[in-house]
Ligand binder design. Structure first.
Ligand code: CMC
Length: 354
C-alpha cells in the first residue's frame, strides 16, 4: 500500500495490525485489536519506583530503553517467543505500553505525577493526556493534533532493515524475549545518525538562529565540520516520501498551534541545499526527521522527547519484524562473519617482557 494512502486514510493501529498480519483488518478484527491494545496500556504499579530511581535529567530515550528492558522483569508470563499466546500478548503489551513508558519518563523529568492511561481516549489522545494532563487540570485532546500525531506514527511505523530494526532482529535471533530485543532497538534508534536526528535537527535550527546565518553554516557543512542533520539517507537517493507528507502535516498543526518560527530557517536550508552542488552531487535530500521536530515542538514536546516519539511509532515495525523472523524456518542466530586483518599468530608475551 502506498505510504501516502496509509498516511491519509488509515490509522496508526490499523497500520500496526497490517504490519503484524500482512493484511488490512476487517472491521471486527480492528475492533478487537484496538481493544486489546487499550487494555494493555497500564503499567505495573511498581514501575513508578523504577522511574523514580532514575536521575531527573536522564535522557528519556535512555529511560525508555531501560524501562522497555525492564518489562521483561515485570511480565515474566510473556517471555517465551515460541508460545503463540505469550508472543501475541508481549507484542500487544509493547505497542500499548510504549506511550505510557514514554510519558512516565517525561513526567519524572519535570517532577509531575505520573498520569494513568484513560482508555476512553484514542491511542494518540491517551498519550497526549498522559504527557500533558495533571491530576489538577483537565486536558482536552485537540482532534487535529491527535490526527497529525497519529499520521506521524504511521510514517514511522516500519522501514525495512534500518539500524534499529536490524538490531531487534539480531538480538531477537538468539530467541530472547521481545522486550529485550526491542530495548536493543531503542538503543540503536537513539543515535543521532538514526532516530536521534530529529532532536539534532531542532538543536541545529536553534543554533543557526536566523536565516541570515544559513550561508556561514552551510560553508561549515561543506567543509566537513558537521552534517546538515535531517538530510541524506542510506536508501533514498531522492526525496524521502515521508518527508514530503510531514512537511504538509506541518500546515495542519501550525493552524492550531501557530507557526513554529524555526520553519522559515528549515525551508530556506532545504531550498539552498537542493540547489547546492555539494548536496546535489551526493544526492542528499530531506529525510523524515527534517520537519518532524518542528511539529513536535509546536505540540509542546521537549526536544529530548522527539526520538521517543519515533520509538513509539517504530515499535509496531520492530515487533512485526521480530515475529516475521521467528516464523521464518530458515532463520538462524545472527552471526556476522568477521574478516580478520590483524597480525598473524603470535606467542603470548609475559607482562614484564613487553
Ligand atoms: N550533511 C552533509 N554531508 C552529508 C550528509 C549530511 N546530512 N549525509 C551524507 N553526507 C555526505 C558525506 O559526508 C559523504 O560525503 P563524501 O562522499 O564527500 O565523503 C557522502 O555524503 C555520503 O555519506 P555517507 O555517510 O556515506 O552516506 P550514508 O548513506 O552512509 O549515510 C546518513 C546516511 C543518514 C547516515 C547520512 O546521510 C547522515 O548522517 N545524515 C544526517 C543524519 C540524519 O539525518 N539521519 C536520519 C536518517 S533518516 C531516518 C532514520 O533512519 O532514522
Amino acid at each position: 500500500y502506498p505510504i501516502e494512502d496509509l498516511a491519509e486514510k488509515s490509522t496508526f493501529l490499523e497500520v500496526a495490525y497490517l504490519l503484524m498480519h500482512g493484511e488490512l483488518p476487517k472491521r471486527e478484527e480492528l475492533h478487537s485489536f484496538v481493544d486489546s491494545i487499550r487494555r494493555h496500556t497500564m503499567l505495573h504499579e511498581d514501575f513508578k519506583k523504577f522511574f523514580n530511581a532514575l536521575p531527573k535529567d536522564a535522557h528519556p530515550m535512555a529511560a525508555c530503553a531501560a524501562s522497555v528492558g525492564a518489562l521483561a522483569t515485570f511480565y515474566p508470563d510473556s517471555l517465551e517467543p515460541d508460545d503463540p499466546r505469550q508472543r501475541a500478548i508481549s507484542l500487544h503489551r509493547l505497542i500499548a505500553k510504549l506511550p505510557t513508558l514514554a510519558s512516565y519518563a517525561y513526567k519524572h523529568s519535570i517532577g509531575q505525577p505520573f498520569m494513568y492511561p484513560d482508555n476512553r481516549l484514542s491511542y494518540v489522545g491517551n498519550f497526549l493526556h498522559m504527557m500533558f494532563a495533571t491530576p489538577c487540570e483537565e486536558y482536552v485532546v485537540n482532534p487535529v493534533i491527535d490526527r497529525a500525531l497519529d499520521r506521524i506514527f504511521v510514517l514511522h511505523a516500519d522501514h525495512e532493515q534500518n539500524c534499529s530494526t536490524s538490531a531487534v532482529r539480531s538480538v531477537g535471533s538468539s530467541q530472547v524475549d521481545p522486550y529485550s530485543a526491542v530495548s536493543a532497538g531503542i538503543g540503536a534508534l537513539y543515535g543521532p545518525l538514526h532516530g536521534g536526528a530529529n532532536e539534532a535537527v531542532l538543536k541545529m535550527l536553534r543554533r543557526i538562529g536566523t536565516v541570515e546565518n544559513i550561508p556561514a553554516f552551510m560553508e561549515g557543512v561543506k567543509a566537513g565540520d558537521e552534517r546538515l542533520m535531517g538530510f541524506g539517507h542510506r536508501v533514498y537517493k531522492n526525496f524521502d516520501p515521508r518527508a514530503t507528507i510531514i512537511k504538509k502535516a506541518c500546515d495542519d498543526v501550525f493552524e492550531v498551534t501557530g507557526v513554529n518560527p524555526l520553519l522559515a530557517i528549515a525551508v530556506e536550508l532545504e531550498k539552498i541545499a537542493l540547489q547546492d552542488e555539494y548536496f546535489v552531487k551526493r544526492k542528499l535530500y530531506p529525510n523524515v526527521d527534517f520537519y518532524s521536530g518542528l511539529i513536535y515542538e509546536a505540540l509542546g514536546m521537549p526536544a529530548d522527547m522527539f526520538t521517543v516519539l519515533f520509538a513509539i511509532g517504530r515499535t509496531s515495525g520492530w515487533v512485526a519484524q521480530w515475529r516475521e523472523m521467528l516464523d521464518d524456518k530458515d532463520q538462524k542466530i545472527s552471526r556476522p562473519r568477521q574478516v580478520y586483518i590483524g597480525a598473524d599468530e603470535r606467542n603470548y608475551v609475559e607482562i614484564g617482557s613487553r
